[in-house]
Design a protein around this ligand. Structure first.
Ligand code: GLY
Length: 425
């Protein structure tokens, strides 16, 4: 069996790691991969968005199964192209990937399906958007409708902040094409939960619920990032809550997509906001696994992952996953200047031996000519610890995060703080 993982971040390293664990005899490829996937797979120097060359590579290398990590190739139609050529692929078609690629599409879909979400309006005209903002209660949220690498949703404490954000998107074009359509929505208070559902549009197999930490600094301060750490499972996600999420969010969304002629096949990521008043509302949908959520949920899957992904790729219902009983925590190590202008090039040292259950997933790393590992992106490494208990996983992830060195390293020591407070640890 020959498996290709498309992408080159921490999520894709974790996918390759999980597939290697399940299928030790499989030949793995990653495109473009990173120095972490290079230890498990053959890295192909093809960008995740170079659809033509990816399709050619699948044929040329005799790839028997492709797993697409990021949203951009899905939004560009990679899964459609591979399926049309008869190559099994895990990931939704372009039409279904609109659920992430267009926030305007996603909000309209939720309205049609009566899926609970924040009240919103969509604008392409600056003057009309400003007029709406003038009467909107504070705070409010302004979202670039298109793909904006996790930076397109701006929480605006005041109407003035919203005016400035709207002007940057619709007036000055600062978000490029992604900001030509803008969604303005009510702010939702509460606690976020990332729910990853492997689905063929009918059957649903849930991965353990996770919680991301979007803000840069401890205590959930500072700018929004792609995610500074995550943990799973989340005690808040009781079986009853997960059943409610299936009933009120996942099932109606998948049914509506099918009704609209865009049946879903892959993993549907529902970002849920659990309000203090007991509400459960959708913040966003993504058409792929979360990053860094993948780095905690896949290490908890003790078996059945490859079968499940392949079953869905064939259009069949997902087969059951075997989920371990422990907890996982991942701490992101980022480069100074992240998220705006991360410094690149710092040499990285990782302790030669790691404690039991700890894995370092590479994200923004590269090897220079003499083999030195260097930082090459904003989020550099993810330190994932799996342990029988949450406090133990939290402690091991933090300790190894401290023991890894590179100039300008930044990380949060409080990943999982809500869970720690809930458990009184
Ligand atoms: N962790 C957020 C995301 O993957 O979109």
């Amino acid at each position: 069996m020959k498996i290709l993982v498309v992408g080159g971040g921490g999520r894709e390293h974790a996918i390759a790691w999980a597939l290697r664990r399940e299928a030790p005899g499989a030949e793995l490829f990653a495109a473009p991969g990173n120095p972490g996937t290079a230890d498990l797979a053959t890295n192909l120097p093809i960008a995740a968005t170079d659809i033509d060359r990816l399709v050619q590579a699948v044929a040329a290398h005799g790839i028997t199964f492709t797993v697409v990590g990021p949203e951009a190739p899905l939004a560009l139609g990679l899964a459609d192209r591979l399926r049309a050529a008869g190559h099994p692929v895990f990931g939704p078609d372009r039409a279904a990937a609109e659920i992430e690629a267009s926030k305007a599409f996603s909000k309209a879909l939720m309205d049609r399906a009566s899926v609970p979400t924040a009240r919103s309006r969509t604008f392409t005209d600056l003057a009309a958007g400003l007029a709406y903002v003038a009467t909107h209660p504070e705070p409010l949220v302004v979202k670039a409708s298109g793909l904006a690498a996790g930076k397109g949703a701006v929480v605006c404490p005041t109407r003035q902040d919203a005016r400035e954000t709207l002007a940057a998107m619709l007036g000055e074009g600062k978000f490029g094409d992604a900001g030509k359509v803008v969604v303005i929505e009510d702010f939702m208070p509460g606690e976020e939960l990332s729910l990853l559902a492997i689905t063929n549009g009918h059957g649903i197999e849930l991965l353990p619920a996770a919680q991301d930490h979007k803000r840069l600094s401890e205590g959930d301060q500072g700018p929004n990032t792609g995610g500074m750490g995550a943990y799973a499972p989340v005690a808040l996600a009781t079986p009853a809550l997960l059943e409610r999420a299936r009933r009120e969010v996942l099932v109606p969304t998948l049914a509506q997509l099918e009704k609209d002629g865009a049946p879903y096949n892959g993993v549907l990521y529902a970002g849920l906001m659990l309000g203090p008043d007991g509400t459960m509302r959708v913040v966003e949908f993504n058409c792929r696994l979360g990053d860094p959520e993948t780095q905690v949920v896949l290490p908890l899957v003790e078996g059945g992952l490859l079968d499940c992904l392949q079953s869905v790729a064939r259009g069949a219902a997902p087969t059951p996953l075997r989920i371990g009983k422990g907890s996982a925590v991942t701490t992101v190590l980022a480069a100074r200047g992240y998220p705006d202008s991360p410094e690149k090039g710092a040499a990285i040292t990782i302790p030669p031996s790691l404690p039991d259950g700890v894995t370092v997933f590479h994200a923004g790393t590269m090897r220079d000519g003499d083999g030195t590992l260097r930082a090459s992106g904003g989020r550099v490494l993810n330190v994932t610890a799996v342990a029988p208990t949450f406090p133990e996983a939290q402690r091991r992830s933090r300790e190894v995060a401290e023991a890894i060195h590179f100039e300008g390293k930044i990380f949060r020591r409080d990943i999982g703080w809500r869970e720690a407070a809930r458990r009184g640890v």
